[in-house]
Design a protein around this ligand. Structure first.
Ligand code: FES
Length: 158
């Protein structure tokens, strides 16, 4: 636990001095990102292990995992395609882009292809509003995306 306690603070509790690590939760996200990268998702077992490691309740770990859309409790495809569904992207036709991805992949948004190669999702703003409709292809920002670009994106990933 030592590496997680770079900002120690001593507080009095029931007349005793107790060392508190102020920044412990800032390392929680980092830890969860590492698990996500390695495993592709964060299992119940890993949430429990993380809670034990940080000496916090597993519900706290669960709440962090489910708050951030880039962390997931379900195994995703090797490639994750996230279409921005915020207002500017919707106004520029993101729904049509989602429909084409769904058709080409044979899945609905939120699903993963049977071969485990693709997961399709909608996401909130990815900071590419000036290039709407925008898509996050794994870690790559792409935009503006036109209907005709969907095949090119998928071909690159196959
Ligand atoms: S609204 Fe789509 S990227 Fe910001």
């Amino acid at each position: 636990m030592g590496k997680f306690c770079s900002m120690k603070k001593v507080v009095k509790k029931d007349g005793k001095e107790v060392v508190v690590c102020d920044d412990i939760r800032s390392y929680l996200l980092e830890e969860l990102q590492e698990i996500q990268e390695k495993e592709g998702f964060i299992s119940d077992e890993n949430m429990q292990k993380t809670a034990d490691k940080f000496k916090i309740h597993p519900v706290e770990v669960y709440s962090v995992v489910t708050f951030y859309s880039f962390l997931t409790i379900e195994k995703k495809g090797r490639n994750v395609i996230r279409v921005s569904s915020c207002m500017p992207c919707e106004m520029k036709g993101s729904e049509g882009i989602v429909e084409v991805f769904e058709k080409k992949l044979g899945i609905k948004c939120g699903e993963t292809t049977d071969d485990g190669n693709f997961t399709l999702e909608k996401t909130s703003c990815i900071g590419m509003c000036d290039k709407a409709p925008a898509v996050l292809v794994n870690d790559e920002l792409v935009g503006p995306v036109e209907i005709g670009d969907v095949d090119k994106i998928l071909d690159r990933l196959k």
